[in-house]
Design a protein around this ligand. Sequence first.
Ligand SMILES: [Fe+2]
Length: 215
Amino acid sequence: MKTNNSVILEQLPLGPMNNFTYLIGDAADRNVGVVDPGWDPENIINYCRAQNYVIAAILLTHGHYDHVNGVPQLLKQCSVPVYLSKYEPEYYRPECGDIRFVDDREEIRIGGLKILCLHTPGHSPGSQCFLAGGLLLSGDTLFINGCGRCDLPGGDARKMYASLYEVILKLPATTLIYPGHDYGEAGSATLEDQRKTNPYLQCRSREEFLTGLMA
Ligand SMILES: [Fe+2]
């Protein structure tokens, strides 16, 4: 899947929990970041080899096991930095030594591609989305016609409301959403479409969100 001429984006459905792992990078140099390698790292490595992609980094939207399971195995095969939100390790810390902790609005470079980290707590304290070239890898914060659960340790429905309404909905309507799980009828959608069809983006107030949807 190539969304335009300059950005590589590959959506890989892997594992038993409908996860999506993504490869995102610069088409000019074919360096890619592996986003949320939860399952089947051999498959990810073989796919990159076949496509001539160079794995340059691992990016984690959050630390839940179904998003990070494959990190140790991946690191055995390629020595690359692992990026995780600085707000996550108190609750969820992946099994790997060298983690680079990033803050809200920090930029990660994968070859020639700049990726902006957006801190979007709610599903977990250090959940983050990755924005690059009009694409938003939304992890378990925003699904197609759904949003992440907030009842796991470190979850917070009030913070989820702020992440959805004050961060994600402030992005351009043309932004393409790529979620962390394949729970919807489609693997991606524009933010404009989600504003119309996703019930979690329809609330008129925080109270309506908390009492109507998250109660
Ligand atoms: Fe999760």
